[in-house]
Design a protein around this ligand. Structure first.
Ligand SMILES: [Zn+2]
Length: 272
């Protein structure tokens, strides 16, 4: 009897362990699914229309705001054959481009729920026609593409890396110069930073960087996109804590929601 019970409990454990392991890495699996199924990916520069609020038994979805006419472009850093950083560092074989796309898609959904017209610069799979010179859709091409579009705000999403494994946390870069349509990049960056501090209080405080103070080392996108803009490095793949967090779907959702909240606070409270 005892032997049978032991065998049974061993069998139950054998069945449970793969299930638990699968759950522990589920965010990576989900992202792989998104990556492998092109139908799940929105086409480049397609407006994401918020779903109608659904009210079911015991389940009330938040109502989407009415469209407010404000256009936000989200640029998922890298893509296509350019994986960015994180190779061999991030869990489940993920690369920077996967984290960037996951956060960009969540941000576009969050902004759409708040009434914004949220568009991506690319879908990560199909090289956009704007990538005229380079198979990776380089920063100059992305800036030119952004400047050919009508938009109110531009945000590029990236993952950082450093030789020092202690470097951690997010960075929000902006560049307010005379070529900007409106010099509001700094205000939006500060608001997004405060929203991240509020939503993710255990994370290191985001570092806000004004690149006009060091123009020779400024990111091309921050510098050359005419619309108010930011380049956000969500964390360091070379830092153990950051690398773990940024592949978690829960953390990605909170980070994306913080960016959306900061952008929304600017357009509802500060914009003229
Ligand atoms: Zn990058």
């Amino acid at each position: 009897m005892i032997t049978i019970r032991k065998r049974l409990s061993r069998l139950v454990m054998m069945a449970l362990v793969p299930l638990l392991l699968c759950q522990a890495t589920s965010c990576g699996v989900d992202e792989k699914k998104e990556e492998n199924n092109p139908e799940d990916q929105p086409a480049a520069a397609v407006t994401i229309v918020p779903a109608k609020p659904g009210v079911g038994v015991g389940r009330v979805m938040p109502a989407a705001e009415e469209p407010n006419g404000i256009i936000i472009y989200i640029d998922p850093g890298h893509g296509f054959m350019d994986g960015g950083t994180g190779d061999g560092i991030l869990a489940d074989g993920l690369l920077e481009k996967d984290v960037n796309m996951a956060i960009a898609l969540k941000l576009s959904e969050d902004l759409a729920m708040l009434g914004y017209t949220a568009k991506l610069t690319h879908d990560g799979e199909n090289l956009p026609p704007a990538a005229v010179n380079d198979h990776i859709f380089n920063a100059y091409e992305r800036a030119d593409y952004a400047n050919s579009l009508t938009m109110d705000y531009f945000i590029s999403i990236h993952v950082n890396s450093a030789q020092n494994p202690d470097a951690e946390g997010s960075r929000i870069y902006y560049y307010d110069s005379s070529n900007k349509v409106k010099k509001v990049g700094g205000t939006v960056a500060e608001l997004m930073g405060k929203a991240i501090e509020k939503t993710l209080p255990d994370d290191p405080d985001p570092v806000i960087v004004d690149q006009s103070l060091d123009p020779y080392n400024a990111f091309i996108l921050c510098n050359q996109v005419n619309a108010p803009s930011a380049l956000v490095e969500v964390g360091f793949c070379t830092n153990k804590n950051d690398a773990q967090k940024m592949v978690s779907e829960n953390w990605q959702e909170k980070f994306a929601q913080s960016l959306a909240n900061g952008i929304d606070e600017y357009f509802t409270e500060y914009a003229e």
